[in-house]
Design a protein around this ligand. Structure first.
Ligand code: ADP
Length: 482
């Protein structure tokens, strides 16, 4: 029997007000693993009313001293570490990702609580004397009720990077996890309750974007929306959030360039480039899917990428041998497969990995890792975000040429540069219009480092100190002693 999940509202586990539910699938088999509340506006109203009450009454902020807020988050980190294996298995089952990646994600979730637990006691302000009589102070205060709307590729991490920063700042918080993967989001209240979070500070509602997400964005009781997801939905959120002038943080998609110069350490550049596309089934907003390779090493690079695709072992994420899981849904599988068809007509299909042969996985949403060569930067597969294990390899001549091509995109999330020439690395990083640039690496997103996009990849930053600042208002207090 599939587990019947419940919402967490004002300290209670409840069904949606109208009792409706939806199914949650195991992407490796297509089987239903749980049902979850199909929340709507009235469920959102109840959660926001409670979050508003606790914030406005000052029960949480300033009612809970910053030391105690910090300790609650540190304890949450400890609990996550204690539960790491169980949570990693849950994340792997729900998303399809390899269990080892699940462990990594959950380990980082623990650190996010610890990192922002440390920040809770370090939120300071500013002060200045204008003359003997007049001075001002700048106080930092929480923005109020924050709502997190999160995607399915890193469900627990995407929720926690918002939640832990928001709680450290003193916000109350409503989370709407993704409809495809609600399991670990619903573990967060249990963890925080055990860690001592007061009732009413944090709420979780499962449901779909248009029926549960949209009412959160429109709700006048919500002060800030932190969203990670598609560019299209990001635009909708910005538009409908404008009605109540909400603060918005948007972490959207990308079509990130990955530049391999001929003077790089080629084996590690090829390996890192492959990781940057195929890791997490390619379901990463920052995936380095536009792979620019210097013409002089181009053929070797394409061969190395094809070899890599062929050695990837697709399977059930819970199998320790699996190195790539299924995509998240049938819809996503169809979408990525369509892009592969388009790519076949636009470029050279250089090679593909193979699908799992286990009959138990016959209905899983698997797509073989795929390498296209001789791709033109104007091709559909080089312009649109595919969100699957599809690499486009594009040759280039020199630095100016590649910088121009790399920046020729509406997105600006991330970029990777591979070279042993430090000057060339930094010069290229300066020229790239992207929020994150990796030099001789691809994809690390340490919690300490700000994360966010230029151009149509987003607004604002999460993670690091910047991620905390986005949950704080600044109040200037002017004093006249005369
Ligand atoms: P993906 O393509 O990764 O599913 P989406 O942008 O569709 O990305 O979804 C990311 C999150 O945004 C999910 O939690 C989803 O339910 C939510 N969402 C989708 N549409 C809306 C909307 N119109 N308003 C608010 N939230 C939405």
């Amino acid at each position: 029997m599939a587990e019947a999940l419940q919402n967490y509202v004002d300290g209670k586990w409840v069904d949606a007000v109208d009792g409706e539910r939806f199914d949650v699938f195991n992407p490796a088999t297509g089987e239903v693993i749980a049902t979850a509340p199909h929340s709507k506006r009235e469920d959102v109203d109840a959660a926001v009313a409670a979050a508003r009450r606790v914030f406005d009454d000052g029960e949480w902020w300033p009612g809970t001293p910053s030391r105690e807020r910090g300790r609650i988050l540190l304890r949450a980190g400890e609990i996550v570490r204690r539960e790491l294996e169980r949570l990693a298995r849950m994340e792997s089952l729900d998303t399809g990702k390899p269990i080892e990646d699940g462990r990594e994600d959950v380990g980082e979730v623990a650190f996010m609580f610890e990192y922002y637990g440390g920040w809770a006691t370090k939120i300071d302000g500013d002060a200045q004397h204008l003359d003997a009589d007049r001075m001002f102070m700048v106080w930092k205060e929480p923005v109020g009720v924050a709502a997190g709307i999160t995607p399915w590729n890193y469900p627990m991490m995407m929720a926690t990077q918002k939640l832990a920063a928001g709680l450290a700042a003193g916000c109350t918080f409503v989370l709407k996890p993704p409809e495809q993967t609600p399991l670990t989001g619903l573990e967060l209240p249990k963890i925080l309750e055990e860690a001592g979070l007061p009732t009413g500070v944090f709420h979780v509602l499962t449901g779909f974007g248009e029926t549960a997400g949209a009412p959160l964005v429109e709700h006048p009781g919500v002060d800030k929306i932190c969203f990670t997801g598609s560019r299209e939905v990001g635009k909708i959120i910005m538009r409908s959030g404008a009605e109540t002038l909400k603060r918005v943080t948007l972490e959207l998609g990308g079509k990130s360039p990955n530049i391999v110069f001929a003077d790089s350490d080629l084996p590690s550049a090829f390996e890192g480039t492959g990781n940057g596309v195929f890791w997490n089934q390619g379901e990463i907003c920052s995936a380095g899917t536009r792979v620019f390779v210097d013409r002089s090493v181009y053929d070797d690079a394409v061969n190395a990428f094809v070899d890599r695709a062929k050695t990837i072992r697709l399977g059930d994420g819970l199998d320790e041998e699996t190195t790539m899981g299924p995509l998240i849904s049938l819809e996503q599988k169809d979408r990525v497969s369509r892009y592969i068809e388009i790519g076949t007509s636009e470029a050279k299909l250089a090679g593909q990995g193979s699908l799992p042969d286990d009959r138990r996985l016959a209905n899983g949403y698997f797509v073989a890792p795929t390498v296209f060569a001789d791709v033109d930067n104007s091709a559909t597969i080089a312009r649109e975000e595919i969100f699957g294990p599809v690499m486009s390899v594009i040759p280039f001549q020199d630095v100016d040429d590649v910088v121009r091509l790399a920046n020729d995109t509406e997105y600006g999330l991330a970029a990777a540069v591979w070279t042993t020439d430090i000057k060339k690395a930094l010069r290229t990083a300066q020229a790239l219009r992207a929020g994150i640039v990796w030099i001789n690496d691809s994809q690390p997103a340490p919690t300490e480092m700000p994360w966010g996009g230029y151009k149509q990849s987003g607004i604002g930053r999460e993670l690091g100190k910047e991620g905390l600042e986005d949950f704080l208002e600044k109040k200037s207090v002017y004093v006249n002693l005369a």
